[in-house]
Design a protein around this ligand. Structure first.
Ligand SMILES: Nc1ncnc2c1ncn2[C@@H]1O[C@H](COP(=O)(O)OP(=O)(O)OP(=O)(O)O)[C@@H](O)[C@H]1O
Length: 322
């Protein structure tokens, strides 16, 4: 089997006494698009900075393209395209100058790819960067990162603040880039619909820990949702349903999300005497949100996470715990 593009081994980072990334064991396979998800502060950027060799782990290791990220050589770094939040570009330069500037000394530079990406974002190469929209600046940044032909692309929230048209251009560019099955993308994002369109694998971090690590299909197939009515029902009764990830009360109906549903969970649901209990369609975004929404609040809303999911090969324990 191919060595993974990235291997995290018990990767841990504290800031002061606060653990921000905790015991991450995680592989990013070659040739796939892996989406790294998690609420603000979950530890995604910190993880990415460690696997890029920009921040040292407190414990554990990140191995990127076969090399310990803490000792990454310029040669290895040149095989990685890294796009961070914010898209840093010189405002006074024209887009075509940006290309000239970056291309210098880079023999692998693919001008056609650069021009294609720029065109895809509807950018005039003669425009000055300062006159571009936020989405267009993202397009230039992406073109600059892709043109050297990196075998690994690491993107930290690349679609932050982009409008739907720019997001589509970004998604299409990434799908095309990764389409040869040899190049690898690791992408942190909050845009769940985009993840559904472009990712092969999904990893979810909660509170610095990896809670889900599986394929998109596997994730989707393990989630079942129900709608039901019930006059009298409380959190304790719901908590007794095995596999329940989330229960939300919307007007007079409950929306229930279960992971790895089995006969036991179905029987437990039946015992609650719901009226009109019916299975409903749920999107990938709904399924992920169920994992991420873990707060409890007043009686109109109740969430509990108590599930353990495993990857298809059963190797990596993943899922959601309290
Ligand atoms: N240099 C630092 N010093 C102290 N705390 C930090 C530092 N960098 C990050 N943190 C803290 O670590 C936690 C995780 O931050 P991180 O940026 O990794 O999260 P994230 O999942 O990328 O969030 P977002 O989705 O908002 O980008 C946050 O609580 C953040 O405040």
């Amino acid at each position: 089997m191919n060595q993974p593009a990235i291997e995290l081994k018990r990767l841990t980072r504290y800031f002061g006494s606060k653990p921000v990334v905790r015991d991450l064991d995680f592989d990013v396979p070659v040739g796939k698009v892996t989406a790294l998800l998690g609420l603000n502060g979950a530890g995604k950027t910190t993880t990415i900075r460690m696997l890029m060799g920009l921040l040292s782990p407190t414990r554990g290791r990140a191995i990127t393209l076969g090399q310990d990220a803490a000792e990454m050589t310029p040669q290895t770094r040149s095989r990685i395209g890294y796009l961070v939040e914010g898209h840093y570009l010189y405002g006074s330069m024209r887009v075509s100058d940006c290309q000239q500037f970056q291309r210098a000394g880079n023999e692998q530079w693919d001008s056609r790819l650069f021009d294609d990406v720029v065109r895809h974002f509807a950018i005039d190469p003669k425009s000055r960067v300062s006159n571009l929209s936020r989405g267009q600046r993202a397009g230039v940044a992406l073109a600059l990162v892709l043109a050297p032909g990196p075998e690994l692309l690491v993107l930290d929230d690349p679609a932050l603040g982009l409008d739907p048209v720019s997001r589509r251009a970004l998604n299409e560019t990434l799908v095309q880039y990764a389409g040869d099955g040899e190049r690898t993308v690791l992408l942190s994002t909050h845009l769940l619909d985009d993840v559904e369109r472009i990712a092969d694998r999904v990893a979810v971090m909660i509170g610095g820990r990896l809670k889900v690590d599986t394929t998109m299909e596997d994730f989707g197939s393990r989630i079942t949702t129900y709608a039901a009515r019930s006059e009298r029902l409380d959190a304790d009764q719901l908590a007794a349903v095995p596999g329940l990830v989330e229960a939300r009360r919307l007007a007079d109906r409950w929306q229930l999300t279960l992971a790895d549903e089995d006969d036991e969970s179905r029987a437990a649901l039946k015992r609650l005497n719901f009226v009109d209990l019916e299975q409903t369609e749920s999107s990938f975004a709904d399924a992920v949100l169920s994992y991420l929404t873990r707060e409890r609040s007043d009686g109109s809303f109740f969430t509990q996470s108590l599930v353990s999911m495993k990857t298809q090969d059963g190797n990596v324990a993943s899922g959601v715990t309290r």
